[in-house]
Design a protein around this ligand. Structure first.
Ligand SMILES: [Mg+2]
Length: 233
């Protein structure tokens, strides 16, 4: 049987409270590229959303027309990556979710059962920088995964990640995330999803997932079960 392709979310799933500098980079870049005075992190809720979707809402609230947001999207992405390079803390390893480093090691050691990949709203360069600072980048191959730089809608990302894996089948692909938006994007592509309540949402808010757990340690038996061919429960 084919390995199970695991599409890990980053913020709230692999890492906790590691997005402060990232949010700052996005806001700085948005203000710079659109020639605005410094932007505050208004009432925009970032959990589960892509960087470009967050930026669009912040900019729309600041009165920037949609056509201008679209026209400067590439510039905004480049400026965000540059700002994050400057702002990213040198060591984010303390921000790994409890048990996550061990889970990634255990899964990576079994390539016949698991193939590790990413599905995140972070721009790719930001995602890879963040994971490098956390010391877990080696688990996630270049050229694989799906990122906020691939699409503004998270719902489009699972298909991107499966395509990059060489057309991985839906039945052998799992989304792992911490928000209802992770669950929604999995359903949009017809995938199973395991939710971890290590981000801003409690267990009961994630009940629509195929499995909901309180942390990384509880994920392993579920993934083992699914890798061995058990159907969604
Ligand atoms: Mg998340």
């Amino acid at each position: 049987m084919r390995p199970l392709l695991l599409l890990f979310d980053i913020d709230g799933t692999l890492l906790q409270r590691a997005s402060v500098e990232h949010a700052q980079a996005l806001l700085e870049a948005a203000a710079q590229v659109h020639e605005l005075s410094p932007l505050a992190d208004t009432a925009v809720s970032p959990a589960g959303r892509t960087d470009l979707a967050i930026a669009r809402e912040v900019l729309a609230r600041a009165g920037v027309p949609a056509a201008q947001i679209d026209a400067r999207s590439a510039a905004l992405q480049a400026a965000t990556v540059a700002a994050y390079e400057r702002l990213c803390p040198p060591d984010l390893s303390a921000k790994l979710a409890p048990g996550m480093a061990e889970l990634l090691e255990a899964l990576s050691a079994r390539p016949q059962s698991f193939r590790l990949s990413l599905l995140t709203g972070n721009l790719e360069a930001v995602a890879r920088r963040k994971l490098a600072a956390a010391g877990v980048a080696h688990h996630f191959a270049d050229g694989q995964g799906a990122f906020g730089s691939d699409a503004e809608s998270r719902d489009e990302l699972p298909a991107v990640a499966r395509a990059r894996a060489g057309g991985w089948p839906r039945s052998r692909t799992v989304v792992i995330g911490d928000t209802p938006r992770d669950i929604d994007c999995a359903r949009a592509d017809g995938l199973r999803v395991a939710a971890v309540a290590t981000g801003p949402y409690p267990l009961e808010a994630l009940a629509d997932a195929d499995a909901v757990v309180d942390g990384a340690r509880a994920l392993q038996p579920i993934l083992e079960d699914w890798a061995s061919g058990a159907s969604a429960g």
